[in-house]
Design a binder for this molecule. Structure first.
Ligand code: 1GP
Length: 255
């Protein structure tokens, strides 16, 4: 079964799923591996690995360490074409469709393609949409693109729909790592009403309650990184997992 099929079956069976983002810019490979084990024990559905600053030169080493420590699906969430590894299970092949910078719409992809092919990595083509969050985020800086406004759910929905028509397989609504404010519920809901693609929501989600609100609004997968940097205990992880699964189940029954 492909990782994409596994994600679809998580959505079908659990209603919604919970991802933890591991950032190799912030931690040594052995620390990431220990975190991955905690995540597995707490019932996290999959791990994302990547970072937008790309200062870490040991990306492959980090992926190998995490993959050999635990068998959770490990999906690269790349900050650029240098973040690739044959040891990951899949790659979110991100196109920054909220922006108008050709580098992040196609150029990085061309650079990455030959290596992805030789690694035989599964690619999950994903429309990546940056939503304004109240402060300039690393994604905004690095990509040199403007985020979509917070107060225009219709515009966000139009972008997601264009992504769906282009044949993308997922949409990622991103407020930016460490964002002051997460993607507004109204934007999540508008995108949910408009496209049938699996929807990941991340950036600035700092509590299980906020995660719950995003799932209620229509998120299929919640991604959290920063909030678990200081408090990555099994207990808080379990709370996120339980909340996302409970609300997801409830929502799938009322659909
Ligand atoms: C960033 O969506 C992820 O790309 C996670 O964001 O670090 O704010 O949880 P946080």
């Amino acid at each position: 079964m492909t990782i994409y099929d596994q994600l679809l079956s998580i959505r079908r069976e659990k209603g919604a799923g919970f991802f933890v983002l591991l950032d190799p810019d912030d931690h040594a490979p052995e620390v990431l591996a220990a975190k991955a084990c905690l995540c597995r024990d707490a019932g996290v559905d999959a791990l994302l690995i990547g970072g937008s600053r790309m200062v870490n030169h040991d990306f492959k080493e980090a992926v190998t360490a995490v993959k050999s420590a635990c068998d959770l699906p490990l999906i690269i969430f790349p900050g650029g074409h240098t973040q690739l590894s044959p040891d990951a299970d899949a790659l979110l092949f991100l196109s920054l469709i909220s922006g108008r910078n050709p580098r992040w719409l196609i150029e990085e992809h061309v650079q990455a393609a030959p290596l992805i092919h030789s690694y035989e990595l599964e690619t999950i083509s994903t429309g990546y949409m940056l939503i304004a969050s109240g402060k300039t985020t690393a994604v905004e800086e690095v990509s040199g693109t403007q985020p979509l406004p917070r107060d225009n759910p219709g515009l966000a929905a139009d972008h997601a729909l264009a992504g769906q028509y282009l044949g993308l397989k997922m949409i990622y609504l991103e407020a930016g790592s460490g964002a002051d404010a997460p993607v507004p519920d109204e934007i999540v809901a508008a995108v949910r009403r408009t496209v049938h693609l699996p929807l990941i929501v991340g950036g600035g989600i700092r509590s299980p309650e906020i995660a719950a609100a995003k799932v209620r609004a229509g998120a299929d997968f919640i991604a959290v990184g920063t909030a678990l940097e200081t408090e990555a205990g099994e207990e808080i992880l379990r709370q996120y997992v339980k909340t996302v699964h409970e609300i997801g189940k409830r929502r799938s029954h009322t659909r």
